[in-house]
Write a protein that binds this ligand. Structure first.
Ligand SMILES: Cc1cc2nc3c(=O)[nH]c(=O)nc-3n(C[C@H](O)[C@H](O)[C@H](O)COP(=O)(O)OP(=O)(O)OC[C@H]3O[C@@H](n4cnc5c(N)ncnc54)[C@H](O)[C@@H]3O)c2cc1C
Length: 488
């Protein structure tokens, strides 16, 4: 049973309470050939664990904006991102909570717990969708689980996509159907699942893994149509991490990589037992699509995702602006144009969020659903905008990103030389180097490269999402403008 279920519900946790959860063993995390059950004790995972703890502390530091009574117990305060929004004000309040968390890492940590808090809050807001075709028990399980997630302030990760064996074929026809996550058997109390899923960001730091739909499934392939929650510390559940990009260096050298590598892992299910009360969907291939399309997940997740993206665009603008002023290139009009482009992207993102909230309406389940049109437009553009910002920052900073000695050099015998030869018009050498190192960690280090890949793919790819936006779009007004000239 999950540690969180054994504890009395705490409501919003502090960083120390989050770390206490991590100190419980039993995880099977593999990194560079080593099994890790206590991520806090590992040099390449510790720093991000401490950063996650800060995320939990932030909600107490901004309690007035970020906490509200639990629907189950008015005495217990929970994070507002766990709450099902019922009014436009709820959406605005929730956006502010996303913003405060994203600001802490300059938007570079994409999978802070608010991402899945929002997802499960919107799922729980529409039990009617989950209950379709006789899945009443699955819907009840989901609502109960979300209440537990909310009241215990669980930190969760998720894994939606099956591995890349052959993307042209359905799951059942790839590698004899054995690689993709599937159900193999069932007992009176549990289902048993086997296979793998990619990727689960944050896995070493999470309490639980959430599995829900990420792609369509053929009607004949019911054993792949699964949704459930399982504690990370469960027998047979293994996580194989990529290389760590965490740098155990002075934060001056790697201000982001020394703190914010949220880690990505492939999940292996080696005949894992999932208790039935934790199963939300089992075999319903139609429901597998509908719980994504009909619960409002799309609009709610984009509300979180593009608030973080807006913060990240603002961070990129701050970097470009300060770099350009440091080296004086801000006086060149093409540099101003590049800064203006970053500003325009951030302002369009902010406007889309405000517009989505202003146009929000109650859905059939009484949940306040953001107007998803401006967010859908961003969903196609953002995976292009954020990588393009990196290109613009390179063009603004030039070779300065390489004129960046380390803290050790500054503290060494060449300090006077460095102060003389690395000075800039707008800053002394120490500040100039620090700024350029920060920007390089944002756009060019291992972590920066991973961040760019993340932006391109974490909400599916730009091409398919732009096509989806076109398919969903109301084309009646554009059509009518043309039709008036095609009829007598
Ligand atoms: C850093 C990072 C972190 C992530 N974290 C998580 C996480 O925590 N949880 C999670 O569930 N997922 C996570 N993801 C996975 C993410 O959901 C997927 O990367 C995304 O859905 C794209 O799928 P894919 O990577 O399998 O690429 P693929 O689907 O294999 O696509 C590769 C290329 O082929 C093209 N392609 C593939 N299929 C088609 C098709 N049918 N038609 C046309 N073109 C096609 C794509 O456009 C793309 O260019 C993460 C991804 C990254 C990069």
């Amino acid at each position: 049973m999950a540690q969180a279920e054994l504890r009395q519900a705490t409501g919003a946790r502090t960083g120390e309470q989050f770390l206490d959860g991590l100190r419980q063993g039993g995880r099977e995390i593999w990194l560079h050939g080593e099994r890790i059950s206590h991520p806090l004790d590992h040099p390449e995972l510790r720093a991000a664990a401490l950063s996650m703890a800060r995320v939990f502390d932030i909600q107490h530091e901004h309690a007035e904006e970020m906490l509200a009574p639990s629907p189950n117990d008015a005495e217990r305060l929970v994070n507002v991102t766990h709450l099902i929004p019922r009014t436009r004000e709820d959406l605005t309040r929730r956006r502010r909570a996303f913003e405060l968390v994203a600001a802490f890492s300059g938007g570079t940590m994409g999978r802070t717990p608010d991402y899945l808090n929002v997802t499960f809050a919107c799922f729980a807001g529409r039990p009617d969708v989950w209950a379709r075709r006789g899945n009443g028990q699955g819907a009840t399980n989901l609502v109960a689980y979300q209440a537990r997630m909310r009241d215990n302030d669980l930190c969760t990760t998720h894994a939606l996509m099956n591995p890349q064996v052959d993307r042209t074929k359905p799951e059942a026809e790839q590698a004899m159907g054995q690689v993709a996550l599937h159900k193999v058997s069932e007992t009176a109390d549990a289902i048993v699942v086997r296979g793998a899923r990619m990727l689960a960001t944050l896995a070493p730091f999470a309490d639980e893994l959430l599995v829900y739909p990420g792609s369509d499934i053929r009607p004949a392939d019911g054993r792949y149509a699964l949704s459930f929650a399982v504690p990370i510390a469960t027998r047979g559940l293994r996580f194989i991490c990529r290389d760590s990009y965490s740098k155990q260096r002075d934060a001056y050298d790697y201000p982001l990589s020394s703190r914010f590598d949220e880690m990505d892992a492939v999940v292996i299910f080696d005949d894992v037992e999932i208790p039935k009360e934790r199963v939300f969907l089992d075999g319903d291939t139609i429901g597998y699509s509908e719980v994504i399309t009909d619960t409002g997940w799309r609009g709610h997740i984009m509300h979180q995702a593009f608030t973080r993206a807006w913060v990240k665009l603002s961070f990129a603008l701050g970097l470009g602006h300060l770099i350009a002023n440091t080296t004086g290139v801000v006086r060149f009009d093409h540099i101003q144009e590049k800064l203006g482009q970053i500003w325009a992207m951030s302002e369009l993102a902010r406007s889309a969020l405000v517009s989505a909230e202003a146009g929000a309406a109650l859905d059939e389940g009484g949940v306040m659903y953001p107007d998803d049109r401006p967010l859908l437009a961003l969903r196609g553009q953002m995976p292009k905008w954020l990588p393009y910002c990196n290109e613009l920052l390179q063009l603004i900073g030039g070779g300065g990103f390489m004129a960046t000695p380390s803290r050790a050099d500054l503290d060494g015998p060449l300090r006077e030389h460095i102060e003389q030869y690395f000075q800039a018009a707008g800053a002394g050498a120490e500040r100039r180097i620090r700024l350029f190192r920060l920007a390089w960690d944002f756009l060019g280090s291992d972590l920066g490269g991973r961040g760019e890949l993340y932006e391109r793919f974490y909400l599916s790819d730009s091409w398919r999402m732009t096509a989806l936006a076109y398919q969903i779009a109301d084309k009646s007004f554009p059509e009518s403008l043309v039709e008036q000239f095609l009829t007598d």
